[in-house]
Every structure is written in structure tokens, then in C-alpha cells.
Design a protein around this ligand. Structure first.
Ligand code: HEM
Length: 403
């Protein structure tokens, strides 16, 4: 934690204390420092809804290729072949290839499998009236679903989750007060080692999974010739999708469970009318954005609220704050599953809009519906809740539930 005077605003997305009090800090930033500057960590931040949206939509001025979280932003372009760290037009081409796997038809086709997985994870808990919702359910569902989408054999979800957690976790560096990435196994584990063999097999026997799309794609080169994707490129896609789609969904579900425990009347309403669940998921996403900060490099001098942000600056777009901006959402700090939401910012916006949004929503709806059907209500042991600390998500690592 960094010490500040009582009335000074201090924001750092990796400060564990700020993370817990984020909404109080973001409110002050929106009202008193709508363009915020942190000299020590060398970044600017925007927190108002309109400002965040404007920047997300302008990929010429606010670029992703130098990294999108503060810990990875440097003067060099991000080296890994992942399209979240690329800008149009290259981004458009790389994204188009996998967007085929995320069409509404493909995602709807996963519904029965997601229902089965939820049932398989929740059934054994019926005799355990107290359990950790994150450990037992919300952190296992997303990797299982992603492995299905990719076309991996069943049963590797625990390994996949360990790999993703290791790759994104951050630790407190107590000497400098800054956060450093914890070394994870990341691409080195058994799941990733299977990829070359699985791809070889898909080239011979194509199916309708994402690995087949990647294994059979011919990348066009500048001279007009084509070549298959390299193993590194394929692993880049897999690592990006696994990373982006696991931690986030786990957080969304955990936020939902806690928010509904804190609003028992609204939880009861969901039990009486499951048609309310889709909008409840949107309100959960709006209220507590699982991925609340998107970093960009500014490519030309720009001005916000009378202050120049010079070309070359790191700019944090705090979409989690935009979602609570009273200038856009009436009574924004009230959690209301009936709220009419035109557009929240939890999936970003524009060119980088979350490619997995439909899948995340489906997992949210099915996961929540099954919890409501099985248990009706639940209580959270707030004192025992633990926070997770990664470079990308905000939320809980452990949520002890009594059902
Ligand atoms: C509640 C769950 C989720 C949340 C809150 C979320 C949030 C986000 C956000 C904010 C972005 C934009 C990043 C930026 O502008 O730099 C994004 C992009 C992305 N998300 Fe998600 N995401 C979720 C689930 C998923 C899932 C389930 C998948 C895949 C299975 C996924 C894959 C991706 C990918 C590949 C990108 C990069 C898109 C691009 O750069 O064009 N996400 N997500």
C-alpha cells in the first residue's frame, strides 16, 4: 500500500488495498480528477463513462500493441502472437479467424454441455451445506467449457485452471510496493503440450471445434502465398482464449453469488421467475466489472478536461468505474436486477469487444439458474472471503457459502 494524505486521491490498479475500496476511489476520480495522473507509476486514467467509451472506440489513437495491463506496458510491442495485443488492420485479420468459433450458433450448441458440466460440479456439493463457491464451481466451469470449445478431451480442467492462474497471478513486491508477475507454468504444461498432436490429428480428421479451425487455417502472406499457422501461433490463440475466458467468468459468477446473497429479495425473485436471470447477469456485470481496467498507449497528444495527455503516455480506461458513473446510469450504486441497461462497459467496446461475451453470458445464466434451482437462497461468510490478485481481474478467490 502507498501512503497518502487523507484527502489525496491515490489510484493504482495493482494496489491490494485500493482494489478492495475501488468504488470509493473511482467515485472520487470521476468527480475530482476525471483525468487522473499517477507520476510514480507513470500513467493517466479515465474513469467517466463517456471518456472510457470514446477511447475504446478509437483504435488509431489508443493502441493495444504495447500491452493492455500496466505491468506489461513497455516501449516495445508485445511479442506474443495474441490479437488482443494487436491493432487494426492486423488485429482484424487475426480476430476474424477465430470469430467463426464464437458465432451464436456455435455458442448455443454448447448449452447442453454447459448444463451437464454445472450439474456434475454442483451435484456432489448437495451433501455439503458449506462450500467454497469459487474453488468448487466458478473457477472450474470456465476452463471446462473452453476445453470443450477448443476440442480437447474431457478431464483436463484442473490442469488448465492451474496454468491460467499461474500465468496471470501477481504478488506484492514488498520492497518497492509495486506488483510483479508471479512466474507461472503457463505454456509449459501437459494441456499445451498436447496441442501439436491434436492439430496433426485434426488435419486428418477435421471436426467442428476451434482446434480444427486453427489447425487447418492457411495464413496469407504478403506475396500472395499461404502457409499453415505455426505451433506458436496456435498456442497464442489457445493461451489467449483460455486466459481471457477463465478468470473473468469465475469472477462474474462469484460476484453474482455474493451480490445476490446481499440482496435476498432479488434472489427470491429469481427463484420465482427465471426469466429475470439474463438481466440479472447484465446487472451483475455492470455493477462489478470482472475486468475493470483496459490499458492503452496514446499515439498523439490529446486533451481531457483541460489537461494534455502527451503522445506516448500509458492510459488506463477504467470501464469498471464507467459502469458506476451517475452521469450515465441513474442511481448507479444501486444493484437492481430490473435495471434497464442500454450498454455497460464490462466487455469493453469497439474493435476489441470481448469475443467471448455470448459464451460468458450463457455460462452466467446457466450457472446462476442451477444455483437458484438447487438451493433457492444462500448465505456468504463475508469475514472469510478472500480476494484474488491478478493483473487483469478484480474479485474473489474464495467465497464460503452456506446453502
Ligand atoms: C464475464 C466474462 C468476461 C469478461 C468480463 C470479459 C471482458 C473482456 C474485455 C473487457 C475485453 C476487452 C479488452 C480490451 O479492450 O483490451 C475482452 C476481450 C476479449 N475476451 Fe473477454 N471477457 C469475458 C469472457 C470471455 C470468454 C468466455 C472468452 C473466450 C472463451 C473471452 C475471450 C476474449 C478475447 C479473445 C478477447 C480479445 C478480443 C480482441 O482483442 O478483439 N472473454 N474481454
Amino acid at each position: 500500500m502507498t501512503s497518502t494524505t487523507d484527502d489525496e486521491i491515490y489510484y493504482d490498479p495493482f494496489d491490494f488495498d485500493v482494489d478492495v475500496r475501488a468504488h470509493e476511489v473511482w467515485r472520487r476520480m470521476r468527480d475530482e480528477a476525471p483525468i487522473y495522473r499517477n507520476d510514480a507509476k507513470n500513467f493517466f486514467a479515465l474513469t467517466r463513462y463517456d471518456d472510457v467509451l470514446e477511447c475504446l472506440l478509437d483504435t488509431d489513437t489508443y493502441v493495444s500493441r504495447f500491452g493492455t495491463t500496466l505491468d506489461m506496458m513497455s516501449d516495445d510491442e508485445f511479442p506474443l502472437p495474441m490479437f488482443i495485443f494487436r491493432d487494426p488492420p492486423e488485429h482484424t485479420l487475426l480476430r476474424k479467424l477465430v470469430s467463426r468459433a464464437f458465432t451464436p450458433r456455435k455458442i448455443d450448441g454448447l448449452e447442453a454441455r454447459i448444463e451437464r458440466v454445472c450439474g456434475r460440479l454442483l451435484e456432489p456439493l448437495e451433501d455439503a451445506p458449506v462450500f467454497d463457491f469459487v474453488e468448487a464451481f466458478s473457477s472450474l466451469l470456465p476452463p471446462t467449457v473452453i476445453l470443450a470449445l477448443l476440442g480437447f478431451p474431457e478431464g483436463l480442467e484442473t490442469e488448465m485452471r492451474a496454468s491460467v492462474d499461474g500465468g496471470l497471478a501477481i504478488d506484492e513486491d514488498t520492497t518497492t510496493g509495486s506488483r510483479v508477475l508471479v512466474e507461472g507454468e503457463n505454456l509449459g504444461n501437459a494441456v499445451y503440450e498436447m496441442i501439436p498432436d491434436l492439430c496433426r490429428e485434426r488435419r486428418v480428421n477435421p471436426t467442428d471445434d476451434l482446434l480444427t479451425v486453427l489447425a487447418t487455417h492457411e495464413r496469407e502472406l504478403e506475396d500472395g502465398s499461404t502457409r499453415p499457422l505455426t505451433n506458436d501461433e496456435i498456442m497464442g490463440y489457445v493461451a489467449l482464449i483460455a486466459g481471457a475466458g477463465s478468470e473473468t467468468v469465475a469472477r462474474m459468477l462469484a460476484w453474482g453469488i455474493v451480490l445476490l446473497a446481499d440482496h435476498p429479495d432479488q434472489l427470491r425473485e429469481l427463484g420465482e421467475n427465471d426469466a429475470l436471470i439474463p438481466n440479472a447477469i447484465e446487472e451483475i456485470l455492470r455493477y462489478e466489472a470482472p475486468s475493470p481496467v483496459q490499458g492503452r498507449r496514446v499515439m498523439r497528444d490529446v486533451e481531457f478536461h483541460g489537461q494534455v495527455v502527451p503522445a506516448g503516455s500509458n492510459l488506463l480506461l477504467v470501464n469498471g468505474s464507467g459502469n458506476r458513473d451517475e452521469r450515465h446510469f441513474a442511481d448507479a450504486d444501486r444493484f437492481d436486477i430490473h435495471r434497464d441497461i442500454d450498454r455497460h462497459l464490462s466487455f469493453g467496446y469497439g474493435a476489441h469487444f470481448c469475443i467471448g461475451a455470448a459464451l460468458a453470458r450463457l455460462e452466467g445464466r446457466i450457472g446462476l439458474a442451477q444455483m437458484v434451482q438447487r438451493y433457492g437462497t444462500w448465505d456468504v461468510d463475508h469475514a472469510a472471503i478472500e480476494w484474488v490478485h491478478t493483473s487483469t481481474v478484480r474479485g474473489y478467490k474464495s467465497v464460503p457459502l452456506t446453502v
